[in-house]
Design a protein around this ligand. Structure first.
Ligand SMILES: CC(=O)N[C@H]1[C@@H](OP(=O)(O)OP(=O)(O)OC[C@H]2O[C@@H](n3ccc(=O)[nH]c3=O)[C@H](O)[C@@H]2O)O[C@H](CO)[C@@H](O)[C@@H]1O
Ligand SMILES: C=C(OP(=O)(O)O)C(=O)O
Length: 428
């Protein structure tokens, strides 16, 4: 086990390149199951979620290569192997194997997924969608059993706007007979990315990116080549970092339209954000004004940026209210930020951040992926040395993070935990 050490308090400068989108990658990779010949995805991030999904595709008989950020999947030899336990439990997005395997094999057994602990993460809308398409579903000892004689298109109204359910229903519907309509669909860019891959494979999908998606089932899907979109959450994390600890940072390989809600909030705080075609330049103002944020479905402020943004707010003048309407318990980073001298209290679904304070280096633990990002930014803002454990969470979603930060002039390095530290961490 390792810890990340950061010598903070020095302004960062230069440019940083964003990798492919984790939250697209975790759906694109399972989508390859639906093809009858090899699919190549370019630009994938080097993160543990991608490695785990590669292992899962191999477990069901696929031939998969992954090098230079390019994954080639030959799905022709895949079988409907039950996956009740093991790797499948390590990430939330293994639930996309349900839609993809149900779509191709008309049966699947998938252990209930893991991922970040953000409070309850129900999948009732996914199940409702699969059932509407004709699947019978049971939950046995923590695994979901799905089976259908045939899948038939249906009209499905989502009771909550869900990225996961929208994508999963698309995956199950592309090979179903007839038309499926998803109403009240989520509109996130990752949904458009998955629909683009499926369309390149021969699927007939209209309306991805709006709240009504229509899918006309086809007989079969073929291989293709696809380039993933840039990671808007990684890009947003770097924008927040640039505002909090930067002295002029260029963020490269980004789609600025995907980050309009964050850009607006940063500008309100007095931060300069200049956007180009695929670049964003962020330079901080002398004094930061505080702002309230409320996370919402896209194009609202993303829940995945709430935690990093909370760190930035510790530097702003006044009191800010941060409300997470998507995951109301996504506040595990707050206690750790307090250890670093932040003045924050949690009240229900909101955190109240009072500033400005000078953060101080401390020993802290990342409890989930974006809590990790929030602590890395805090470490770079803080005076002194910060030590972050729980790196397995950060490695789920940030590709080559130390290398990228070092490129901006940061002093960041990994060290092995001593046996005493490892013991302490296990019991904490
Ligand atoms: C809308 C939204 O911001 N989605 C984010 C959410 O996606 P993720 O896919 O985790 O969540 P969903 O978009 O599916 O869910 C949104 C909301 O609907 C609820 N829900 C979802 C499915 C279901 O069957 N029943 C149900 O009640 C969830 O508990 C949540 O409150 O977290 C991801 C990882 O952090 C982000 O990348 C997504 O952008
Ligand atoms: C919480 C996240 O990931 P996951 O849903 O895969 O746990 C995230 O991307 O911020």
């Amino acid at each position: 086990m390792e810890k990340l050490k950061i010598a903070g308090g020095y302004p960062l400068k230069g440019s940083i390149r964003v990798s492919g989108a984790k939250n697209s990658a975790v759906a694109l990779i399972p989508a390859t199951i639906l093809a009858d010949s090899p699919v190549t995805i370019e630009g994938l991030p080097e993160i543990s979620d991608v490695e785990i999904l590669k292992g899962l595709l191999e477990e069901i008989g696929g031939t998969v290569t992954f090098s230079d950020n390019e994954m080639c999947v030959d799905p022709s030899t895949m079988v409907s192997m039950p996956l009740p336990n093991g790797r499948v439990k390590k990430l939330r997005a293994s639930y996309y194997l349900m839609g993809a395997m149900l779509g191709r094999f008309k049966k699947a057994v998938i252990g209930l997924p893991g991922g970040c602990h953000l409070g309850p993460r129900p999948i009732d809308q996914h199940i409702k969608g699969f059932e509407a398409l004709g699947a019978q579903i049971t939950n046995e000892q923590g695994a979901i059993y799905l089976r259908a004689d045939e899948l038939r298109g249906a009209k499905i109204y989502l009771d909550v706007v869900s990225v996961g359910a929208t994508i999963n229903i698309m995956l199950a519907a592309v090979l179903a007979k007839g038309r499926t309509t998803i109403e009240n669909a989520a509109k996130e860019p990752e949904i458009i990315d998955v629909a683009t891959l499926l369309t390149n494979m021969g699927a007939r999908i209209k309306g991805a990116g709006t709240d009504i998606i229509r899918i006309d089932g086809v007989e079969s899907l073929h291989g293709c080549r696809h380039t993933i979109i840039p990671d808007r959450i990684e890009a947003g994390t770097f924008m927040v970092l640039a505002a909090a600890a930067g002295d002029g940072i260029l963020i490269d390989n980004v789609i600025p339209q995907h980050l309009e809600s964050l850009t607006a909030k940063l500008r309100e705080m007095g931060i300069s954000v200049e956007t180009g075609d695929d670049q964003i330049f962020v330079s901080p103002g002398p004094k930061l004004k505080t702002v309230d944020i409320k996370t919402l479905v896209y194009p609202g402020f993303p829940t995945d940026l709430q935690q990093p943004f909370t760190t930035l707010l510790t530097k702003a003048e006044g009191s800010a209210v941060v409300t997470d309407t998507i995951y109301g318990a996504r506040f595990k980073h707050i206690d750790e930020l307090r250890r670093m001298n932040a003045n924050i209290k949690v009240e229900g679904r909101s955190a109240i951040v009072s500033g400005p304070v000078q953060l101080q280096g401390a020993k802290v633990k990342a409890s989930d992926l974006r809590a990790g990002a929030a602590l890395v930014i805090a470490g770079l803002m803080a005076e002194g040395i910060t030590e972050i454990t729980g790196l397995e969470h950060i490695d789920r979603g940030y590709s080559n993070l130390e290398e990228k930060l070092t490129g901006l002039g940061a002093t960041v390095w990994r060290e092995k935990l001593t046996p005493e530290e490892a013991e302490q961490l296990k019991s904490s």
